[in-house]
Every structure is written in structure tokens, then in C-alpha cells.
Design a protein around this ligand. Structure first.
Ligand code: AMP
Length: 113
């Protein structure tokens, strides 16, 4: 499985502003925030993209979405936030370890770019 910077964050080999962690996932502040609140929620398992997920990943994928909602509640943004998953280079993915962007704290326009 491919190694990314997110694996190093999971192993605490490089610093990150971690706001939540459990046995399946980790959530930390994006280093280049696109909104006042910009959190990345990642599985501890190395799944490069959503399109690489397999049936056995059902539980962890559901867990990520549940935790995204809980984190939004914790941050006080439960009524206005956006979750984004970029899948593949042409969709804007730059780190090939599946992650959910949680964006909030400003007006979020539609459609996204
Ligand atoms: P994506 O373009 O969807 O693959 O998103 C990757 C995100 O990871 C970008 O928003 C980056 O700013 C963020 N990122 C990259 N390296 C780090 C890091 N060391 N700590 C926190 N966020 C990072």
C-alpha cells in the first residue's frame, strides 16, 4: 500500500493539529485552510481513493461520515458545513490517502470549482 504524508501523521512522525482520534480514524486541521474551519477526517487504514474502497471498508467509510457529523457538532457548525472528497488527480486530489474535507465558517457557494 502506498505511503503518504498522512501515514506519517497517523504514526505521529510529523506534527499535525489533531482534534479527534479513535481506533479507525483521525481528524486534524488542514495545513492550508480553504475556510475558517477546515478539518481533514482520514481512515487509519491506507485507502488511496474512494474508488479503491472494497466491501470490507464498509464499516470504516460509514464511521468517517458519522464522525464528520459529530465533529461538526463539536465545532458548533452543525447547520452549515460542507464535506468534500476529491477522488483522483483531475478531481483535485493531491494526497492519495482517502480523506474527507470538512469546511465551514464562511458562506459556501455552489457549484464548487
Ligand atoms: P486533496 O487535494 O483533496 O488531496 O487534499 C489534501 C489536503 O491535505 C490539502 O487540503 C492540503 O492542504 C492538506 N495537507 C497536505 N499536507 C498536510 C499536512 N501535513 N497537514 C495537514 N494538512 C495537509
Amino acid at each position: 500500500m502506498s505511503e503518504t504524508i498522512f501515514n506519517k501523521i497517523i504514526r505521529k512522525e510529523i506534527p499535525a493539529d489533531i482534534i479527534y482520534e479513535d481506533e479507525l480514524c483521525l481528524a486534524f486541521k488542514d495545513v492550508n485552510p480553504q475556510a475558517p474551519i477546515h478539518i481533514l477526517i482520514i481512515p487509519k487504514k491506507s485507502i488511496p481513493k474512494v474508488s479503491d474502497a472494497v466491501k470490507d471498508d464498509h464499516n470504516v467509510l460509514g464511521h468517517l461520515l458519522l464522525k464528520a457529523g459529530e465533529i461538526a457538532n463539536t465545532l458548533g457548525v452543525k447547520d452549515a458545513f460542507r464535506l468534500v472528497i476529491n477522488n483522483g488527480e483531475d478531481a483535485g486530489q493531491t494526497v492519495f490517502h482517502l480523506h474527507i474535507h470538512l469546511l465551514a465558517g464562511r458562506r459556501l457557494n455552489w457549484p464548487p470549482g
